[in-house]
Design a protein around this ligand. Sequence first.
Ligand SMILES: Nc1ncnc2c1ncn2[C@@H]1O[C@H](COP(=O)(O)OP(=O)(O)O)[C@@H](O)[C@H]1O
Ligand SMILES: [Mg+2]
Length: 466
Amino acid sequence: MTQKTSWNDWWAKWSNFQPKQKETEDAVDLYDYVFYGGSAGPGKSYFLRHYPIKFLIENCWHKLGLRGVRAGLFCENYPALHDRHLSRIAYEFPTWLGSYRAQQHELVLQDKYGGGIIAFRNLDDPSKYLSSEFALIEVDELTKNPRETFDFLRLRKRWPGVERTKFVGASNPGGVGHDWVKQMWIERVFPSEESERDQFHFIKALPTDNRYLPESYYNTLASLPEKLRKAYRDGNWDVFEGQYFSEWDKDQHVINPFVIPEDWKKFRAYDHGRENPACCQWFAVDYDGNAFCYRELYVRGQNVDQIAKELCRLSEGETYDYSVADPAIFAKTGFVDAHGGQTIAESFARSGVHFLPASNRRVDGWALMHQYLAWDVHKSPRLRYFKTCYNSIRTVPSLIHDEHRPEDVDTNGEDHAGDATRYFLMSLHERSTTRPLDPVERKFQQMLRKTEVSPQNLNDFYLGGK
Ligand SMILES: Nc1ncnc2c1ncn2[C@@H]1O[C@H](COP(=O)(O)OP(=O)(O)O)[C@@H](O)[C@H]1O
Ligand SMILES: [Mg+2]
């Protein structure tokens, strides 16, 4: 590239973008939040690595006359950053264009090309970037990150003189962030406070977009088990690698609401949260033991009194066999109510909502949930959700395996609805168990046998005072 006029030719030749990559390049001109997503192998990482050169030279230097502008390419951790990007810099970026400063992990363009910088960064602790600014932020494998990371990075997306700073994410389906990414870019369901919704744009990527993939790669994709094949080859966001409830199928587990027969038993299960969402689910069980989650409450940022009031309003006219909750709300050392130091469970009881502590044997609970969700062509699942339980059917299928303890769910995901269902199933199961009970379970059984429990003695009762 010797003169400015040859820039377009040079860029087209050097970037060597294929049609879908070009489409993404054009989309970034039009939209401020672009997500390039879908299957594995279409050239997403390649795009993220090359695109900043155009952004820094053409958009910032040629058009705006700005020098030394910074772009950031982020991966979830350092090994991923190295494998996907750093290892390729030396042979993809010519040295006359800029030099790579290995210690800083930065590619600095020559002065005569505007001196822009591509900073290669990892997201193991996003708060490191508290005082950083970037005109362009790119995140590779965005779904490996929680929504908070995106909210945080968004604030770092600013540069004096650049009116339209840009965010570009790329990802396969799967990961702790699968759900929020899917919501915002694919389903276009935004939190009410989102003011830039018309700036979100999704480009669906498929392996067939990339002519540089060897034939054998398509064969490998075609040989994957159905679920993985749907995610990785077809870019289907309803299923993905690492999904905990891989048996989940909307056609099986989500049903139209119906009027619950009067004589079916009803139950409530509750997972507490203040900053995190609080989730209550209402269940009805038929004579064959099939469970239906027929109502949910899913709220964030409310105190116990507000939640209790809403629970009472929604429960009006109904009676329950019992209601169970996260055992942590019964502990003085756990969630403690702001007024008076009593437990959350006692505060609920004062407001007329009486919970029993659920067993928190997590892996057993998840195993039970697997049993209830299991289905095949001859047999329907024993647990189904009304389609009006929007947050339950959104978050239960998005739960993923814990990397270090695969039999458990990764608690970084949005697990409140899953937890509530787990508490409910454990309580149901334990009423008919023959196994020796642990202390919490024993209390639970004793509580059930008591005809009336006064809210005042709840805490003593749970904590073994009596
Ligand atoms: N336009 C391109 N020109 C040359 N090679 C490409 C191009 N796009 C992608 N590739 C190559 O194809 C392979 C898969 O691309 P990659 O970006 O890793 O895919 P993804 O991130 O979507 O899984 C990589 O080896 C990459 O270098
Ligand atoms: Mg990639």
